[in-house]
Ligand binder design. Structure first.
Ligand code: 5AD
Length: 363
């Protein structure tokens, strides 16, 4: 296949200008530009990925995260294989097309083998006339070895989310324990590429000490790493974490939220054909935060499929929405939300990012 659209170049100054928009008119102009680019390069469909947070057991100690290993006030859980398969069946029958399996990070062999096996079973057991290749599977289970990534890919998962959190080395080091490095996170993203995944990453917005320059560097990084999918949201302090008490004078919550929307727009305007999620963290700060995410250029929503009994234990941050709604209510509610912003819900489609198709056609 010949490809006529060259990879867009990236204009860091333009990104900074977008992120600095601070009047309603300027923000609306950016929003409209992002929406236009979205409609031109991706169409008006919104893709669903049913989200199953299957375990909150975690070996990491990220200083911002509510399920960090050292938070002893969390009740730990792990869904069993049958529960995850049941959620996957529901997801397929509801027409969502894709599922995301997310958990805390563990690298031990029993965990890796469990995930591998569950992926294989979901692939096998969700094939139907509506979904001839079964559900599209996205994994989000942290940094793993290249060999583990290959096992997951071979089992049938084809997308992977691993946020870089921030590409600023000093800021990354401040918000993570000494053992976790930016270099190894970048290496993991490279391994995901070579293992053949569609690769998703993203950052938190409004971290103490974070600047608009750093956020612009993050967008340049997404471009340089040829990332296919982006998930970003405002940083929301969690009381049972070391960062809860850190002063954050530059980022009152309303600014973090607004800048997160502008980051969605900046990514859409500069990367054009990637998939961007309207994240739950946006909704945690504004009852219509996810709809706003869609209006600023996002095209993916991840409805909750985690069983209600576990949702209260998967709180990465406080004020997480939808923790009491069951999954059928969640589906109806989201459909209304998508229609309210003039977009169409895609049914029984994987909804792979067009960027991935282009990247592989060029290779
Ligand atoms: N606020 C916002 N996002 C958070 N995450 C973790 N903790 C927080 C928080 N306190 C995000 C991280 C992680 C993703 C799964 O959730 O970006 O990669």
């Amino acid at each position: 296949m010949t490809n006529t659209s060259p990879r867009p170049s990236i204009d860091r100054d333009a990104i900074i200008r977008i992120l600095s928009s601070n009047t309603p008119d300027a923000i609306e102009a950016v929003r409209r530009q992002a929406e236009q680019i979205l409609l031109t390069h991706c169409g008006n469909k919104v893709y669903y990925r049913g989200l199953v947070e299957f375990s909150n057991q975690c070996a990491c100690n990220c200083l911002y995260c509510g399920i960090r290993a050292e938070n002893t006030s969390v009740r730990r859980y792990a869904m069993n294989e049958a529960e995850i398969i049941e959620a996957a069946q529901w997801c397929a029958q509801a027409g969502y097309g894709s599922i995301v399996l997310q958990s805390g990070e563990r690298k031990d062999e029993p965990f890796v083998a469990f995930v591998e096996n569950v992926v294989r079973r979901i692939k096998r057991e969700t094939v139907s006339t509506d979904l001839p290749q079964g559900l599209g599977i996205t994994l989000c289970v942290g940094e793993q070895t290249e060999a583990t990534y290959r096992r997951f890919r071979e089992a049938g998962a084809h997308r992977y989310l691993l946020r870089i959190e921030t590409t600023n080395p000093a800021l990354f080091a401040r918000i993570h324990p000494a053992g976790q490095t930016l270099a190894s996170r970048m290496q993991a993203l490279e391994h995901l590429h070579t293992a053949g995944f569609q690769v998703g990453t993203g950052v938190m917005i409004g971290l103490p000490g974070q600047t608009l320059d750093m956020l612009a560097d993050d967008v340049v990084f997404f471009h340089r790493f040829d990332i296919d999918m982006i998930g970003m949201g405002p940083y929301i302090p969690h009381a049972a974490t070391p960062m809860a008490g850190w002063p954050n004078p530059d980022w009152p919550p309303a600014r973090a939220f607004q800048t997160a929307l502008l980051m969605v727009a900046a990514v859409r305007i500069s990367l054009k054909d990637v998939n961007i999620a309207a994240t739950t963290a946006l909704q945690a700060m504004d009852p219509v935060g996810r709809e706003k995410g869609l209006q600023f250029g996002a095209n993916v929503i991840m409805p909750q499929l985690t069983p209600t009994e576990h949702r209260g234990d998967y709180l990465l941050y406080e004020n997480k929405p939808c923790i009491d709604e069951d999954k059928s209510e969640c589906r109806r509610c989201l459909e209304r939300r998508i229609q309210s912003v003039g977009r169409t819900l895609a049914i029984n489609e994987w909804g792979d990012s067009r960027h991935f198709a282009r990247r592989t056609a060029e290779a």
